[in-house]
Design a protein around this ligand. Structure first.
Ligand code: NAD
Ligand code: ZN
Length: 234
C-alpha cells in the first residue's frame, strides 16, 4: 500500500459495515437485527404516513442499540487519519450512528441523517438533538406548530443530505476509499464510478461489494482489523 502524497485529497465513504464490530447490525447481514422489520415498511415517507408509531418503534430500537455501542478500531483509525490530514480528509458516512464522532472525528458528513436528531415533518424548525425513545402505544411527539416530530433520517425515496458538498469533495479527491458498504444503495454506490479513472479507488470489507469492478484495490477483511494498518501507512 503506497503512502499518500502531501497533496493527496482523501475521500472516505463508510457504510454499516464499519459499525458492525461495534455491535450495530448491518441491514443485509445474516445476523441483522432488523430482520424483524421489512425496511421499506419502517424507513420511507409512505411508512411514516401509514404507521408513524411503527416507524418510531423501529427508530427507538435503533437508538437503544446505538447508545450502547462504542467505537471500534476502524472508527479510531479514521479519527487518527483526520488528525493527520485535517482538511485533506473528507469523511462521508451512510451511517446514522454517532460512532465516528465518539471516536474523535470532528468533520463527519452524515448523508443519510443522524439517529440522535429529530425534526418536524411540517415546519422548517432546525433538526435538534434527541435521544428519546417512544414505545407504542404512546402518542407521536408533536412540534409547537402541530406537525409531527420524525427522525432526522433520509428515508427511501428521499434525497440524501449535503450532496453539493459531497460531489464537490468527490471532484477534488485523488484517493477514494469505501469501507463496509455493500455498493447497492444509491447514490453512494455510484461515488466510486464518479471518481474512477482519476483517483485511486480502494475498498475495505469482508466481501466484495456489488460495485467491486470500479475499485482498483480491494482489501478483504474486517474494517477494525484492516484499517489501523492500512491507514497507518497513509
Ligand atoms: P449494508 O447493510 O447494505 O452492507 C453492509 C456491508 O458491510 C456489507 O457489504 C458487508 O460485507 C460489510 N461488512 C460486514 N461486516 C463488516 C466489517 N466487520 N467490516 C467491514 N465491512 C463489513 O450497508 P450499507 O451499504 O451501508 O447500506 C445500507 C444502508 O443501511 C445505508 O443507508 C446505511 O445508512 C444504513 N445502515 C446504517 C447503520 C448504522 O448507522 N450503523 C446500520 C445498518 C444500516
Ligand atoms: Zn413544526
Amino acid at each position: 500500500m503506497p503512502a499518500i502524497a502531501p497533496d493527496d485529497q482523501v475521500f472516505v465513504l463508510t457504510g454499516a459495515g464499519v459499525s458492525a464490530e461495534s455491535g450495530i447490525p448491518t441491514f443485509r447481514g445474516v445476523n441483522g437485527l432488523w430482520r424483524n422489520y421489512r425496511i421499506e415498511e419502517v424507513a420511507s415517507p409512505r411508512a411514516w404516513h401509514r404507521d408513524p408509531r411503527l416507524v418510531w418503534e423501529f427508530y427507538s430500537m435503533r437508538r437503544q442499540v446505538a447508545s450502547a455501542a462504542r467505537p471500534n478500531p476502524a472508527h479510531l483509525a479514521l479519527a487518527k487519519l483526520e488528525k493527520k490530514l485535517q482538511q485533506r480528509l473528507f469523511l462521508c458516512t451512510q451511517n446514522v450512528d454517532n460512532l465516528h464522532e465518539l471516536a474523535g472525528s470532528r468533520q463527519v458528513v452524515h448523508m443519510h441523517g443522524e439517529l440522535f436528531k429529530s425534526r418536524c415533518d411540517a415546519c422548517s424548525r432546525a433538526p435538534f438533538h434527541d435521544t428519546s425513545t417512544y414505545d407504542p402505544p404512546a402518542g407521536i411527539p408533536r412540534c409547537e406548530c402541530g406537525g409531527r416530530i420524525r427522525p432526522h433520517i433520509c428515508w427511501f425515496g428521499e434525497t440524501p443530505f449535503e450532496l453539493d458538498r459531497i460531489f464537490g469533495a468527490l471532484n477534488e479527491c485523488t484517493v477514494f476509499m469505501a469501507v463496509g458498504t455493500s455498493g447497492v444503495v444509491e447514490p453512494a454506490a455510484s461515488f466510486v464510478a464518479h471518481v474512477a479513472g482519476r483517483a485511486r479507488t480502494i475498498y475495505v470489507g469482508p466481501e466484495e461489494p456489488a460495485n467491486a469492478s470500479s475499485f482498483t484495490e480491494c482489501h478483504l477483511g474486517k474494517a477494525g482489523e484492516v484499517l489501523p494498518d492500512l491507514l497507518g501507512a497513509f
